[in-house]
Each structure stands twice: as C-alpha cells, then as structure tokens.
Design a protein around this ligand. Structure first.
Ligand code: PMT
Length: 412
C-alpha cells in the first residue's frame, strides 16, 4: 500500500530486533494500530526466529518487511525513513543499538534509522549482563545525544528464568511514548513553537562539600530538568542546560556541568545576563541546596576525631535573583518539591520568588518527583490558574510546562 507523507494517520515504522521480547512487539503493533496510527513493521532477519512476519502482516497497516531488496518501491531503502513520523524500535537489542550508534546501514531496519529525520524511540530489551555492558550503555548515550527517546527496560523475569534489569517496557508505556512524541510534534508544528526562543534549564541536585570526600546533597537525579531541556529543543528552542548530572544530553543542547549552588548561580547569571537579555525563558528544575557548610575542610575529616560540627549558611536564592533582574516579556518558571500542603507552599514560593509559574510536585507520592521516570504536578500560574498533570512520563510533564510557557510568551 502506498502512503504519501502528510496524509493522516501518523506513519510509524515499528522496528523489531532479534530478542525474545519480539513477541511483545506484536502487542505494540496492535496497540499502535488501535491508537489510529499507520504501522509499517520492519523486522531484522534474525527477529523472524522469534516471531513470524505473517503475524505482523495480519495486524499492521502494511506488510512487514525485512530486506531492502523486497517490494516494488524504486528506492526502498529510504522510503520508510522518509515517510516516518516516528520510528520505534521494540525490542532494541544490543546488536541493533550497536549498529545504529555506528551509523551502519546493513539491513532495512538500520538503513531506515539512518535515512530518517523522524524522532526515534528506542525500547531496549536484553539480558542484564548485556544491558549493563559499557558498550551498550555507551551506544545508548550516543543515540540519546543524537535525539533518540529511550523507553528504559524494566526489572523482572527474563528469558530462561533469570530475573534482573532488561525486560522490555510494557507495551502500554511504549505506545504512550510514541503518542507523546507525535502530540509534541503536532502542537509545535514543523519549526516548533519555541523556534527563535532561548531557554535556560537547570537540572539535578547541587553537592555542597564538607571536606574533599563528603558532600551535602539531595535525591534529585536531573531527569525532570533534562526532560524539559530535551522537549524545549524538540520544540525548536535554543537550549542551555545547566546540570549537576552526567546524564547524556542530545546534540543541539549546550550543556554546562556544575556541582555546587555557587557554580550553578554563576552559570545561570552568565547566561541570563545582568539585564536579563540573555534568555527568553528560565526553567529552574534543579534542587538547589538551601544551606551549605560555611567552611570546607581542606583534608578528610577522620572518624577517630569524633563527629564534626558543621556550621551551615543559607545559599543565595538563584531564582529570586533572576526574577529581580528580569526583563519585560521574559518567562520564569520555578519548581516546588513538597511533602505536605503542596499547593499552599507552592503558591507562597510563586509569590516570594516573583515568577510566572511554579511546578509543584508532591515528592512523597508514589512515582512522583526524585529519580522516578514519572511525575505528577500542579502547574500554578501567577494569574491564579492551575493546570493539573496526573502521573505521566517526565517528558509529558515537560511538554505540559512548555505549553504554559508558550502561551505566556505569546501573550506578551
Ligand atoms: O531531578 P529528578 O530526580 O527528576 O526530580 C525532579 C525534582 C523533584 C527535583 C523537580 O521536579 C523539582 O521539584 N525541582 C525543584 C526542587 C526544589 O529544590 O524545590 P524548592 O522548593 O526547594 O525550590 C523552589 C525553587 O527555587 C526551585 O525552582 C529551585 O530551583 C529554586 N531555588 C531553590 C534554592 C535556591 N537556593 N535557589 C533557587 O533558585
């Protein structure tokens, strides 16, 4: 069946690697079709050992393909990549990740990955030993840097009765990720609704040194801040990400790695500028220490000397500083990590810090806040509005925040 670019429904290439989780790709295929997508399956040669192409033929929108040499399209090796709105690979095996990271194009799936400009959603699945191998993690980091969205594997039962990390994400999560990528594209149009805007995002927890080996820190992983930076980039913004983490960052985002609140403050001040002219939007997702040791010991404190008494001093409030230098039209977003009286405390921060939006998360709730791949937030506006975002991926939360930012930018 010939499908032209731009016709509805969205065109999704479903890549299937050779792993036992290939049987779950059948369910992913069915759910994508049920969600109204045109699904073109591409299996690797060896994937057929786990599941037959006839199964995909029966469920998908067009026949499954394996080789660049089949079908009657004149340039079959680029057709699918060019038509795709999203390429999702489930399972993405260690082999497929390696070939994709190296830019190899030795079968139809890897050729499609090289030939496409669509967002690539990778859903790794493999045995724990393979998943944890540095080569696999490095390949994934490379692919992330190039803009791939990764749906991490889950921990659970694997083939052969082993238990560990590496089980393909639930098909529902995979389909959600595809839906989210498409929704983000649809909202922002081809150029992106943040095109021409400069966005600064902070992420991660600061580390305040006590001595050369010990720090005061918090549980922030940086995932939420990174998700905001990635979503802003996808939506066309020029993005600077100031992060305390070593998480991989897609190409096209400028990264400033920092450790302490003081370093983060300097990095933010440099980018925002004395008159606020440096950026259009600031999103402070970082969990900045409120207190730091007054002095850092120059050598390791030893246990035999007894417990040290550490005198703390408050850190400057970076967001309040940015707000005091804001220029007209600039949009400032703070976060509030709370365990009680969420909305009241978040509203007090919104007023005290003088920002446009505060994203409040109840970090005592399951799946919410620190280190999870998911979050649930209330986005409070200075105009009194509240947008509730129920538990979802941090990427979806990022897009909900940016929707509010885009609306504010347009109103100024
Ligand atoms: O990183 P993850 O594991 O993905 O977790 C995400 C998160 C829970 C860290 C994130 O969603 C979040 O809530 N970030 C802000 C946490 C926080 O420090 O909240 P706060 O209520 O202490 O601070 C309020 C705001 O002031 C924040 O925007 C903070 O960046 C800013 N702040 C705080 C202290 C300080 N000295 N300067 C600041 O600018």
């Amino acid at each position: 069946m010939a499908v032209q670019r731009g016709t509805e429904p969205p065109f999704v290439v479903l890549g299937v690697g050779a792993g036992i989780a290939a049987y779950k790709a059948v369910e992913v295929c069915r759910r994508l079709v049920d969600a109204g997508m045109h699904v073109a399956p591409v299996l690797t040669e060896q994937a057929q050992r786990f599941v037959g192409r006839t199964t995909f033929d029966a469920l998908a929108s067009e026949p499954a393909r394996v080789s660049v040499w089949e079908g009657d399209a004149p340039i079959a090796h680029t057709r699918l990549g060019q038509l795709a709105d999203v390429v999702v690979v489930a399972p993405a095996t260690a082999d497929v990740l390696g070939r994709a990271a190296a830019g190899l194009a030795d079968d139809l799936l890897t050729t499609t990955l090289v030939a496409t400009r669509a967002v690539v959603v990778l859903c790794p699945a493999m045995h724990t030993e393979m998943w944890e191998h540095p080569a696999v993690q490095d390949n994934l980091a490379v692919l992330r840097r190039r803009g791939a969205v990764v749906v991490p594997p889950e921990t659970g039962r694997l083939a052969g009765g082993d238990v560990g990390a590496g089980r393909l994400a639930d098909p529902e999560r995979i389909v959600d990720a595809v839906v989210q990528v498409l929704a983000s594209r649809a909202r922002s149009g081809p150029a992106g609704d943040l095109a021409g805007r400069r966005v600064l995002v902070t992420a991660g927890g600061t580390r305040e040194p006590i001595d050369p080996v010990r720090v005061i820190t918090n549980r922030s992983s940086g995932k939420q801040g990174h998700a905001v930076a990635e979503a802003a980039r996808r939506r066309g913004a020029e993005v600077v990400l100031v992060t305390t983490t070593s998480l991989p960052v897609p190409a096209g985002i400028e990264v400033v790695r920092v450790e302490t609140a003081a370093e983060l403050e300097t990095a933010v001040a440099d980018r925002v500028g004395a008159d606020g002219e440096g950026v259009d939007v600031v999103v402070m997702a970082a969990a900045v220490a409120d207190f730091r040791p007054v002095a850092t010991a120059s050598s390791k404190l030893h246990k035999v000397d007894g417990p040290p008494s550490i005198v703390l001093e408050p850190t400057p409030d970076i967001l309040t500083g940015v707000a005091s230098r804001r220029r007209p039209g600039q949009v400032l977003v703070g976060f509030a990590a709370e365990t009680d009286d969420l909305v009241e405390r978040a509203r007090a921060k919104l007023v005290a810090k003088g920002v446009d939006l505060v994203v409040a998360n109840d970090v005592s709730a399951p799946g919410v806040g620190f280190d999870h791949d998911t979050n649930a937030v209330s986005i409070l506006g200075a105009d009194g509005t509240v947008t509730e975002v129920p538990l979802t991926s941090k990427g979806a939360v990022a897009d909900a925040i940016l929707d509010r930012v885009v609306a504010l930018l347009a109103s100024r």
